[in-house]
Design a binder for this molecule. Structure first.
Ligand SMILES: [Zn+2]
Length: 50
């Protein structure tokens, strides 16, 4: 289980609607919408909070 960094929803890896790699880490998303938001500003979702 991995957390969608955009909306915070827990997403099972096999059920991920979309994935993206950023700085060597793979992130999973519940939807293409969340992926698009992530790609617009990855640092917003990967720094600070975690
Ligand atoms: Zn999401």
């Amino acid at each position: 289980m991995t957390k969608d960094p955009v909306c915070g929803m827990t997403v099972a890896g096999t059920k991920a609607a979309a994935t993206a790699t950023h700085e060597g880490k793979t992130y999973v998303f519940c939807s293409d919408t969340c992926k698009a938001k992530f790609l617009q500003d990855p640092r917003r979702y990967t720094e600070g909070g975690q």
